[in-house]
Design a protein around this ligand. Structure first.
Ligand code: ADP
Length: 447
């Protein structure tokens, strides 16, 4: 096992990793920008190294500074968290070339899944079902037309290098295909420097359901069930649940087996998430994230597992030590992402937290790096806390989340807590009756 780990991240996820390290008896090194000198992860780590000015490209994305920090502190491994360098294959490669362990998958697998066409063709070969669409990259507008006719309108043109919902355009019928083709390509070229696009059938009422997996270095792969992340605004998830209100235990077992078979054939190691669109009883793979996800705590609550601890153990060369039948699911968990944003306009709202009081009690977990007097900097993601609840049933989890949000005090800045309260009180949400389009429509309603 490692004796010291450098955490190449900030905010709640840096704390999350730090806590797992501490329980394993591992020393931690925090890295931080000049804007984060007073951050909680810096205060709680055993050592801290300043790696640059506020802008992420000069600090949290500064590979040379991070590697120097690891070298001078004698860290043996780097945990990248999510975002920043977590899905950067070159970073993973460089870390290993410096004789350190990267707490994540191989650079090869990160690269493979970072290109969506390669990801889809690989998964298809391994028996994972896809959204119907083009066979890889579209070479011409004529090919786009032909494939669209074949799968049927509406269709979606997507960038192979895509991320964050950019480089994606819908064509509702044949008259829109030319524009969708050129807009998607232009956006892809500008955002990612790569204008390769592919086509998928546009699903009109899907849910976003994803499967959490872990693999070790010895070919063992297990899954920890699904998370329903359909509540999204501009492709950003806001509230997640485990399990999904839409699927049965049998469906979970079936898709889980398909996924674990595929990933063990690939020799995939460490944590990963396969994202699917689910509609009319069918799972359609859209992409794989080769890292820990923001919403991993809902899985931890229902499976009683510490996913970060498992990531560290795997990176240290340990075997999983359990099989699929040892993983059981208990109760229901919900996560609300609390962003420092206006709950109606979603304008970011950085500033000083005048009063901070976190909820507690049975089945409530808060992952946050906030404290009274903390100044939320304007340079990074607006998510400032995650409230996670666990209860025997979904209805009890909803009641518990209501209660927790009522106790939560964050004064001095605006947050989306009022929006979460409205969602939790909505009868459709309470029935579990929603798709990926539900939240956009909900936030547009007068209230
Ligand atoms: P990104 O990497 O940019 O987030 P994804 O492929 O994960 O791109 O898609 C992001 C979101 O776009 C999905 O969560 C879903 O809401 C929507 N989406 C993607 N593909 C389709 C599709 N074929 N039909 C309908 N919606 C889709």
């Amino acid at each position: 096992m490692f004796s010291k780990i450098l955490i190449a991240n900030r905010g709640e996820i840096a704390l999350r990793v730090l806590r797992a390290c501490r329980e394993l008896g591992i020393k931690t090194v925090a890295v931080h920008s000049t804007a984060d000198e007073d951050a909680m992860h810096v205060r709680l780590a055993d050592e801290a190294v300043c790696i640059g000015p506020p802008a992420a490209r000069d600090s949290y994305l500064n590979v040379a500074a991070i590697l120097s920090a690891a070298t001078i502190t004698g860290a043996e491994a780097i945990h990248p968290g999510y975002g920043f360098l977590s899905e950067n294959a070159d970073f993973a490669e460089t870390v290993e070339a410096h004789g350190l362990a990267f707490i994540g998958p191989t650079a090869e697998h990160i690269r493979m899944m970072g290109d969506k066409i390669t990801a889809k063709t690989t998964m298809e070969m391994l028996g994972v079902p896809l959204v119907p669409g083009s066979d890889g990259e579209l070479k011409s507008l004529d090919e786009a037309r032909a494939v669209a006719e074949q799968v049927g309108y509406p269709v979606l043109i997507k960038a192979t290098a895509g991320g964050g919902g950019r480089g994606m355009k819908v064509a509702r019928d044949a008259s829109e295909i030319e524009e969708a083709w050129s807009v998607a390509r232009t956006e892809a070229r500008t955002a990612f420097g790569n204008d390769a696009v592919y086509l998928e059938k546009y699903l009109d009422k899907p849910r976003h359901i994803e499967l959490q997996i872990l693999g070790d270095n010895y070919g063992n792969v297990v899954h920890f069930g699904e998370r329903d992340c359909s509540l999204q605004r501009r492709h950003q998830k806001l509230l997640e649940e485990a399990g999904s209100p839409a699927i049965t235990a049998e469906q979970r077992d079936t898709i889980g087996k398909t996924v674990t078979d595929a990933l063990s054939k690939m020799g995939y190691r460490n944590a990963g998430t396969l994202e699917f669109l689910y509609q009319d009883g069918q799972f359609c793979f859209i992409e794989m994230n080769t890292r820990l996800q923001v919403e991993h705590p809902v899985t931890e609550m229902v499976c009683d597992v510490d996913l970060v601890r498992e990531q560290i153990r795997i990176a240290a060369g340990e075997k999983l030590g359990y099989t699929q039948s040892d993983i059981t699911f208990s109760g229901h968990a919900i996560e609300c992402r609390i962003n420092a944003e206006d709950p109606d306009t979603f304008a970011p709202c950085p500033g000083t937290v005048a009063v901070y009081h976190a909820p507690g009690g049975l089945g409530v977990r808060i992952d946050s790096a906030l404290y009274t007097g903390y100044k939320v900097p304007p340079y990074y993601d607006s998510m400032i806390a995650k409230v996670i609840v666990h209860a025997p049933t979904r209805a009890e989890a909803i009641a518990r989340m209501h209660r927790a949000l009522d106790e939560f005090v964050v004064e001095g800045i605006k947050t989306v807590i009022p929006l979460h309260r409205r969602i939790l009180a909505d009868p459709e949400f309470q029935k579990g009756d929603y798709t990926i389009h539900w939240l956009e429509q909900f936030t547009a309603r007068p209230h």
